[in-house]
Design a protein around this ligand. Structure first.
Ligand code: PMT
Length: 400
């Protein structure tokens, strides 16, 4: 995201100012050019020399310094593609919100048209103060991206909300949110199912499958990058992704119930979960006992088909996408599912190949749709596949 970009980092006076050094290093590692502006109080916490060496540039601390006869803060404001205010104190937040530009940091910020990201860090009581909350709201409405502080051990010696996010997280969240601002599916609500459903047999045993949820989570991330709000209905808990609301389920029936609720307000539905077609006819209240030399007979009944149910109730503005887990005749079986389930698109994948499909980090798919001829996507990471799938969905959405 920040490769070949010019990033200005504004550091204000907080104990967490030391983290700005890692932020500069990480941005340079990504290929960004960096410059740093510090407030007077930031200099109490981290020497400007450290940030100057890391950013490979003189650090700006004084509004009235000048070089090359330029007005420095204006030159720096115009130079920046992005401005990060990390860490941001209640004081600098108040100044930004109220248009006060009385030092190099705030004057540079005010003069710049760059995209702006701010990561507050302060005592929990200060964070909950009505004026700080009001100022953060103003900044948000002015178009700033706010990276909320996290819960953790504060300098005061107790755990509370207000700790600066780790620099890796600040960059990751900023990247995803900046991309989303330009995304092809900006503002759309997408519901995605992920993981393998779990059908209980007795209190300790269940039927399930080898789905890891990786494909579903990759789709959730790609959808956020494209600007969507995501509801992820999942049987597995993996990473948290900004912009994704996770709903945990176990059985097919639970996944269906949650899908029906979420789909009411959705623009797009993607069924990436591996759903059990059958479940035990009866749930046995206590652990089933072994009986010598007697085979145990299980009677399975059919589960509801989530994709088919959603396909049957979708309106003309809603897009429904399913997967097809096949071991042969991938395209023709995928095409059958497209029609049988009234889907707009089917992502067919070969689950007989252990290098792709279930649990692996990679996949290879054929995208089959009502509108376009089948498109083969060769083996690559699930996140890359997910971005291609989301791109194909956006073509349908934007020509609908
Ligand atoms: O989770 P990973 O380890 O990353 O693996 C990814 C995956 C292989 C699980 C994924 O890429 C995939 O293929 N998911 C669909 C698996 C599946 O259930 O396929 P199917 O051909 O049996 O079902 C067709 C479609 O109907 C699927 O969208 C499925 O979610 C849906 N379905 C199936 C049965 C059912 N009762 N209800 C459904 O909604």
């Amino acid at each position: 995201m920040f490769k070949n970009k010019k990033v200005l980092i504004v550091v204000s006076g907080s104990v967490s100012a030391y983290k700005s050094a890692s932020l500069v290093r990480l941005l340079i590692k990504q290929g960004a050019s960096t410059r740093v502006v510090m407030t007077k109080s930031a200099e109490e916490f981290i020497p400007s020399k450290t940030l100057s060496i890391l950013s490979r540039y003189e650090v700006l601390t004084d509004l009235f310094s000048s070089y090359d006869r330029e007005v420095v803060h204006i030159e720096w404001a115009n130079w920046a593609d992005y401005i990060f205010v990390v860490p941001a104190t209640a004081n600098i937040i108040g100044k930004i919100a109220n248009g006060i530009a009385d030092d190099a940091a705030t004057a540079t910020i005010m003069a710049s048209k760059a995209d702006k990201i701010i990561a507050p860090a302060m005592n929990d009581a200060m964070l909950n103060n009505a004026a700080v909350k009001r100022n953060l709201d103003i900044i948000k409405n002015d178009g700033w991206l706010i990276i909320d502080p996290e819960y953790g051990f504060l300098a005061e010696g107790y755990e509370a909300n207000g700790r600066l996010q780790e620099p890796e997280k600040i960059i990751a969240e900023a990247s995803i949110r900046l991309q989303a601002k330009l995304g092809k599916l900006k503002g759309k609500h997408i519901v995605i199912t992920a993981g393998g459903t779990v059908e209980a047999l007795d209190p300790v045993r269940y039927l399930t499958n080898r789905s890891s949820g990786k494909m579903g989570y990759a789709l959730a991330r790609a959808a956020v990058e494209a600007g969507c709000h995501v509801t992820l209905i999942t049987t597995v808990d993996k990473e948290d992704i900004y912009g994704v609301t996770k709903i945990f389920v176990k059985s097919t029936q639970e996944m269906l119930d949650q899908s029906m609720i979420a789909f009411k307000h959705a623009d797009i539905f993607i069924a990436a979960a591996a759903v059990s077609d059958f479940r035990p006819m009866t749930y046995v209240e206590h652990k089933i006992k072994k009986q010598d030399n007697y085979p145990l007979q299980l009677t399975l009944i059919q589960n509801p088909d989530i994709l088919k149910t959603i396909g049957s109730i979708k309106n003309k503005n809603q897009i429904v996408v399913g997967f097809a887990a096949e071991t042969q005749n991938i395209v023709s079986y995928g095409q059958n599912k497209l029609n049988q389930k009234n889907a707009d698109m089917i992502i067919a994948n070969d689950v007989s190949n252990s290098e792709i499909g279930f649990s692996s980090d990679d996949n290879s798919v054929t995208i089959i749709s009502q509108k376009y001829s089948p498109k083969v996507v060769t083996k690559q990471s699930k996140i890359k596949i997910a971005r291609i799938i989301i791109d194909s969905i956006s073509e349908i959405v934007n020509t609908n």
